[in-house]
Design a protein around this ligand. Structure first.
Ligand code: SF4
Ligand code: SF4
Length: 304
């Protein structure tokens, strides 16, 4: 695989405290190989830039319909704003004319050089043990671009975390590993049938990925989204404990309790959210989950 100089990014988050140790810059690459029904970044699913519309604030003025060359927007006689998403080419023309500023294009092309320059600006803050995190979506869906970013980050001597779902051929990781200090690895669902149903792909790959990182001497924070009614089961907690006992690479486990942030993003890009009836857990429930796993305040250690 050759490094690719350009790629599509949908967010750059400075001063992040939640994506690895210390203060970090998190760079979110567009594109994902799975479809978790609880995802709070659904705008990452497709690799290409795309239109987002905050319909709750639309006044049905029709300016977008007049501006769009591809008949994506229609205002019906009843004043309903209909969107024909499949026709959109993400040219951004309609966004220029919306008086409410509720249209936007998500995803922008950057060079790896530009992004690492942005990340390196905050190097003073990284003395906290921080650095740069590459996330998504699934960052390995732009493999050449990710490789280029990783190489440049290491040239700048930045501490690097790779936030990944591990649901791909483990051999891919060997290309990235020389430039990665720690992995934030998702562990979503341990039941094979539920995994296919709620994540959209077979379960099989994740343990092979774990073993590969372990064999390479990597460091892992295992990130476990816990979704009530889907994976908040004793069997799943047992499985997390089993993995921790089996793979010394796992230095930390982070539970990620279900929350509602990001739900409106689904509608904004024309997708239907499936978990409207799921309740976010209260603090007592979260404490109980942590207790089941025996979690304390843990930190990821830098490699080497
Ligand atoms: S982004 Fe371009 S193609 Fe898509 S709706 Fe707006 S004007 Fe039409
Ligand atoms: S221009 Fe903006 S406010 Fe007017 S119909 Fe389009 S999205 Fe709604």
């Amino acid at each position: 695989m050759e490094p690719a100089e350009t790629g599509i990014v949908f967010n750059i988050q400075r001063f992040s405290l939640h994506d690895g140790p210390g203060i970090r810059t998190t760079i979110f690459l567009k594109g994902c190989n799975v479809r978790c029904v609880w995802c709070h970044n659904p705008e990452s699913f497709v690799k290409e830039p795309q239109l987002s519309v905050n319909m709750n604030k639309c006044i049905s003025c029709g300016a977008c319909a007049r501006a769009c060359p591809f008949q994506v927007h229609t205002i019906t006689e009843e004043g309903e704003h209909q969107i024909h998403w499949e026709n959109c080419r993400a040219c951004g023309e309609c966004a220029l004319f919306c008086p409410c500023g509720i249209l936007s294009i998500i995803g922008k092309e950057y060079t790896s050089e530009e992004l690492i320059r942005i990340a390196a600006r905050d190097a003073a803050y990284y003395k906290s043990g921080g650095g740069v995190t590459f996330s998504g979506g699934e960052p390995t869906c732009q493999p050449g671009f990710l490789l280029s970013l990783l190489m440049r980050a290491k040239d700048e001597r930045l501490h690097v975390c790779l936030d990944t779902n591990g649901l791909y051929a483990p051999s891919l990781l060997a290309k990235f590993d020389p430039y990665v200090d720690a992995y934030l690895l998702d562990y979503k669902i341990s039941d094979a049938g539920s995994h296919r149903k709620y994540v959209g792909v077979p379960f099989g790959q994740i343990e092979r990925t774990l073993r590969t990182i372990d064999d390479m001497g990597g460091i892992i924070c295992l990130r476990c989204p816990i979704i009530p009614g889907i994976n908040d089961t004793d069997a799943h907690f047992d499985s997390i404990r089993r993995l921790r006992a089996l793979y010394p690479a796992i230095k930390e486990i982070e539970l990620m309790p279900y929350h509602w942030a990001g739900v409106s993003k689904w509608e904004n890009i024309g997708l239907r959210y499936m978990l409207n009836d799921t309740q976010a857990p209260d603090s007592g429930t979260i404490e109980d989950w942590n207790r089941k796993l025996g979690l304390q305040n843990e930190t990821i250690f830098k490699r080497g």
